[in-house]
Design a protein around this ligand. Structure first.
Ligand code: ATP
Ligand code: MG
Length: 579
């Protein structure tokens, strides 16, 4: 029994967990597990990043390790503290806890010193060619590249020029520092990759004007991992081709070349591992494209509920739990693919089904008058938040003589297949309340129905003995005097095509023109509580989710004020996701 359970658990490990378990069994890095999540603070986190977050933090959690947060802030032209703050907030909201916060910019001095060491060892040179010239000389995977005319510059000259670059004496774009590796290597990344570039046009958000040279990703990332003591440097598949270079740089100062840059000694090595990135239909996740949508006002901001950003999903009504469940469902492999947005919607629907209190809301109201209900009287009914689950609480519903019902729930003339209200027709139950029968209606001069009349059976109240009487249909209602008006924002997919990134032309032309519809509806007075200050938990504002009966799942939007309730539709009730 016990053995079988272990085997089952074994089989469900993803391939990275298998690698980690093997490393642990072999005592690699003395059994230490340290990961990092390394966002560049140049945009907001999106659901693709969450896949990496769940992996990085998940491995540390599962194997008693630590996951640090490292801001990969090596390009001052695009980065900002605004992004640092939102990234931290989003990770906290997702429910993950980092060990420490690091910045690649913390290592600028160490990286610079390392570059000087490379130059002194004849492993780096200053190239004065333009970016275009360097690109032209790269060759192709089958043809070797051409050596730069500056490749064999004397070491002294390289040192002098690199120091001049850092002092700000050289104009941006005029020189770069390149590693001197192998212009014929079949791996293009080995063809003298750029280690440093000059950026003088923008101050750095943390180091200001201190630096005029900034390390490139390939020179900064592995070294940062190394300085911190990362054991498993997990990233997405596009970095697989960078891995040999990641290892090459680290080889130059670890093992036999160890020069004390890590407290973990000569045998310590960070290892890069890659998994497939997340792509989802009907959206874009490129930071450049998302920034364009925000800047051009094509969406309301980074947290527009149609955006695939963490703050957008949050405002749409996604819960951290549902997002994490989604990541478990899709898993981690080595094969790139596209995930149906329907699966994401399916996951949040399943989550909210269990937890979201139900309330009545009327989207297309018509007045119903119960003629045998005494005027001036009203009563308070009690309804379960989720039918059949008294443990999930109850709410009060005001009942009275005048109610709002859905226009579509009444037909003046109906055949016997129509089970809802029609004069002289069947008995219909008002949700969690009484049974009524329609008697007639009133219309305006255009023939539009303005009022429906009905009588109720005082002995049919839900929760009493008479409440057990069955009807073919139950309809929603909201009592007129106590009803609240609410603005509902009905969101749909942001793009009209499945894979906007694969289409030719401008991606902005592919936006779904019907991705937002705004309406004013009538809703139960129970939601009056939402007009107060939002509730904080651990300093984070809590979202409140509801199922508006027959309409979908909704979340209270932060635009809500003390006299204006705003609800965003998270998803409809119907699940079209095909497993
Ligand atoms: P860019 O490099 O264009 O600024 P990026 O999406 O790579 O954007 P980073 O901030 O560098 O953004 O990403 C941080 C981490 O998130 C990286 O380890 C990266 O591999 C991972 N990541 C980014 N996008 C995805 C995705 N769609 N699926 C899974 N992981 C992702
Ligand atoms: Mg990146």
């Amino acid at each position: 029994m016990e053995v079988e359970k272990t085997q089952n658990e074994e089989r469900s490990l993803n391939f990275i967990e298998q690698i980690v378990e093997k490393d642990l069994a072999e005592g690699v890095n003395n059994g230490r597990i340290q990961t990092r999540f390394p966002p560049e603070p140049n945009g907001y986190l999106h659901i693709g990043h969450v896949k990496a977050i769940c992996m990085d933090f998940g491995i540390a959690e599962k194997y008693n390790g630590v996951c640090n947060l490292r801001f990969d802030d090596t390009n001052p032209a695009k980065e900002d503290t605004e992004y640092v703050e939102t990234i931290e907030r989003d990770i906290r909201w997702l429910g993950f806890k980092w060990g420490q916060i690091f910045y690649a910019s913390d290592y600028f001095q160490q990286l610079y010193d390392l570059a000087i060491m490379f130059i002194k060892q004849g492993k780096a040179y200053v190239d004065e060619q333009t970016a275009e010239q360097i690109a032209e000389q790269k060759g192709t995977p089958t043809e070797p590249g051409v050596a730069s005319p500056f490749r064999d510059r004397p070491i002294e000259e390289n040192l002098r020029l690199f120091e001049a670059m850092q002092r700000g004496e050289i104009e941006e774009g005029k020189m770069v520092l390149r590693a001197k590796i192998d212009m014929a290597n079949p791996n293009m990344h080995f063809r003298d990759p750029i280690m440093y570039r000059i950026i003088t046009s923008h101050p750095h958000h943390r180091t200001g004007r201190k630096w005029n040279v900034y390390p490139m990703y390939d020179f900064a990332h592995g070294q940062s991992d190394y300085f911190e003591g990362v054991t498993h440097s997990i990233c997405t598949l596009e970095f697989e081709v960078h891995r040999p270079l990641y290892d090459w740089f680290i080889d130059q100062f670890s093992g036999p070349n160890f020069c004390g840059l890590s407290p973990y000694g000569p045998d310590y090595r960070p290892k890069q591992r890659e998994f497939n990135r997340l792509n989802i239909t009907y959206t874009v996740m490129s930071k450049r494209k998302m920034l364009q949508l925000v800047k051009e006002g094509l969406v309301a901001g980074w947290d527009d509920p149609r955006m695939p950003t963490v703050c957008g999903l949050r405002r749409r009504g996604y819960t951290p739990q549902a997002i994490r469940t989604f990541m478990d469902k899709i898993g981690y492999t080595k094969v790139e693919g596209m995930i149906d947005q329907g699966l994401l919607e399916h996951t949040i629907r399943e989550d909210l089904k269990e937890t979201a209190p139900r309330v009545c809301a009327i989207f297309d109201p018509v007045k119903l008058v119960i003629t045998n209900y005494e005027g001036g009287v009203s009563e308070t009914l009690v309804a379960e938040n989720i039918d059949g689950h008294p443990e999930l609480g109850t709410r009060e519903m005001q009942f009275g003589r005048e109610l709002w019902i859905e226009r579509g729930d009444f037909l003046e003339e109906a055949d016997n297949k129509f089970y809802r209200l029609s004069p002289g027709g069947r008995e219909v139950r008002l949700k969690a309340s009484y049974i009524i029968q329609a008697t007639g209606c009133e219309k305006d001069e255009d023939g539009k129905i303005t009022t429906v009349y009905a009588t109720y059976d005082p002995n049919s109240k839900s929760g009493t003995e008479g409440g057990n009487r069955k009807t073919k249909a139950t309809i929603n209602w909201v009592e007129c005097k106590s009803a609240l008006d609410a603005e509902v924002r009905l969101y749909d997919r942001l793009f009209a095509v499945e894979n906007p990134s694969a289409e030719e032309g401008d991606f902005r032309d592919l936006l779904n023109p019907d991705s937002l519809e705004v309406k004013t509806i009538k809703i139960e007075s129970a939601l009056r509580c939402e007009l107060h200050e939002p509730v904080l938990k651990d300093g984070i504002e809590q979202e409140n989710h509801y199922q508006l009966l027959k309409q979908g799942y909704f979340v209270v939007d932060p635009d809500t004020t003390s006299d204006h309730l705003v609800l965003n539709r998270t998803c409809s009730l119907k699940d079209n996701y095909l497993k």
